[in-house]
Design a protein around this ligand. Structure first.
Ligand code: FRU
Length: 506
């Protein structure tokens, strides 16, 4: 096994035809070839955004996960780089799995591991070739310049799962402890020995030596999360200020596999949920057991927030995987040899205890008023003239309250995605598109107080919808007829368009 895995990945990338595929997005992070899944190691450094992601360059022929790497100065257009983590060590031979990044300030740690500001944590996945038994370990990669990446020579930092848990022990999120300056915590998704999901917390002062603190518990949740699915993937905690109350809260965002709540939503194979409370020690307090889905779309999973320098504070910005495990059967595998995308970065906030997600200003910047803005529209179809030649665009529409049903058609008469607002519900139907096998229609009750504003970011084969002022997000892959452009406003009983603006991105 003396393969040069970096060279093999480079060869796969240089032979790729993906960017010539008319479905290949322009504003979303996509792999240069093969398969992409979770976002990893997201960080903002000065004017640069860096994103890493689960990258399988040889998909579907060979399953081996690297960390792919892209960077951007506007959070919209991404430049590909060589993969940053290559699964060629004894502890990650079967994949460099998900994790996050932390950006140190010079001098923050007496001696930063590897002497660099950039510390990337990930899970080394190993399977015994004979018994197929899994070992999961937590590992470190450091960088001084985000060009060269060096595995910590004493990897793994945490060689194995603790007693009472299975080898489903992965996806580290390392963060500074806001309550204990100079200390770091690592949150991990795990499976208990009794095959229920949980999260563990570790603590460190040097990023190298990690001590198990214990399981994350929910003292005020009345047992709601004690047996909540069979495995928790990609847990992350962010601190947000509630816009309505001014109070600070911790928000746990995670992917509990195998839940089937008796309420609207949860239609994707694996859900991504959040709860709001306060992390004190290993207790997640003040959460009464209420949980919500982060995004109501067909494809959304494993999101994570960008790490920032402490000297460059700013909004908490989140990116998710617009995909679901096991759902790789998308048209782009045939047409371009690539599959899946990440969402655009979204600024997070809280309002009255509910998560708010808004696309970054770069998405809508420069949007001009549409000719239909401010008009009273009779029943009929109105192609949006400003988008006639575009397949990557942003559109914002706001109607007068209590208006009748109306919608937007993306694509052609025969192959499209229909977005309709009707009686306080959002209905998304992609049943005539080229990708229907994992859900064709969603009906979503709009959250209370959600205004009649619809924002749409459509980028060739991915569409993100935001309702109200970031009150609801819905992500979907939208493989419509690639020969059609723009969108058509479909009015059923007359519509008062308060405001309407759009911009193209291609
Ligand atoms: C989530 C996940 C993670 C894991 C990675 C492997 O999609 O299963 O738990 O680290 O993907 O690619």
């Amino acid at each position: 096994m003396n393969e040069d895995l970096k060279a093999l990945a480079r060869e796969a990338v240089s032979a790729s035809q993906a960017s010539a595929d008319p479905d290949y997005p322009l504003l979303h992070i996509v792999a240069p070839v093969g398969r992409l899944n979770d976002p990893n190691g997201l960080l903002i450094d000065g004017q640069e955004y860096h994103a890493f992601y689960q990258f399988s360059p040889f998909h579907p022929h060979r399953k081996l996960v690297y960390w792919g790497h892209v960077s951007s100065t506007d959070a919209l257009h991404w430049q590909h780089h060589d993969p940053a983590v290559i699964p060629d060590s004894f502890y990650d031979r079967n994949g460099a799995y998900s994790g996050n990044a932390i950006v140190l300030e010079p001098g923050e740690l007496g001696a930063a591991p590897g002497g660099g500001d950039y510390q990337l944590f990930y899970t080394g996945n190993l399977k015994d070739p004979v018994t197929d038994e899994r070992t999961a370990s937590q590992c470190l990669v450091t960088s001084t310049d985000l060009t060269e990446f060096t595995k910590w020579p004493d990897n793994p930092l945490i060689p194995n799962h603790p007693e009472g848990y299975t080898a489903h022990f992965r996806d580290p999120q390392v963060f500074r402890d806001p309550d204990r300056p100079g200390e770091f915590r690592m949150l991990l998704g795990v499976q208990r020995a009794d095959e229920t999901g949980a999260a563990l917390l570790y603590r460190s002062t040097d990023l190298l030596n990690w001590k198990l603190e214990g399981e994350l518990t929910f003292p005020d949740a009345d047992g709601a999360f004690d047996r909540f699915g069979y495995m928790w993937e990609c847990p992350g905690i962010v601190r947000l200020r509630d816009e309505a109350t001014g109070q600070d809260w911790d928000v746990l965002i995670w992917c509990p596999q195998g839940i089937d709540p008796d309420k609207e939503g949860y239609e994707t194979i694996f859900a991504c949920t959040y709860i709001v409370g306060h992390l004190v020690g290993t207790e997640f307090r003040d959460c009464d057991g209420t949980f919500h889905e982060v995004d109501r779309g067909f494809e959304f999973y494993a999101p994570q927030a960008f790490a920032r320098r402490t000297t460059e504070p700013g909004a908490v910005v989140l990116v998710g995987w617009a995909g679901s495990a096991g759902e790789d059967d998308q048209p782009s595998i045939e047409t371009g040899g690539w599959v899946h995308a990440l969402t655009v970065p979204r600024a997070l906030s809280l309002r009255d205890g509910r998560l708010v997600q808004r696309p970054l200003p770069a998405v809508s910047q420069g949007a001009g008023a549409l000719s239909v803005a401010g008009q009273e529209l009779a029943a009929g179809e109105y192609p949006i003239a400003e988008l006639t030649d575009s397949r990557s665009w942003y559109l914002q529409l706001e109607t007068a309250p209590a208006t009748g049903s109306w919608g937007l058609r993306i694509g052609s008469q025969d192959s499209h995605v229909d977005i309709r607002i009707e009686d306080g519900r959002l209905i998304v139907d992609r049943s005539t598109s080229r990708y229907t096998q994992h859900g064709a229609r969603r009906v979503v009750t709009l959250p209370e107080g959600c205004s009649s504003r619809l924002e749409v970011l459509h980028d060739r084969s991915i569409t993100e919808l935001f309702l109200g002022d970031g009150d609801l997000a819905l992500t979907l892959r939208s493989f419509v007829d690639p020969r059609t452009c723009g969108a058509t406003l479909v009015v059923e009983d007359g519509l008062q368009l308060r405001s309407a603006s759009a911009r193209t991105h291609d």
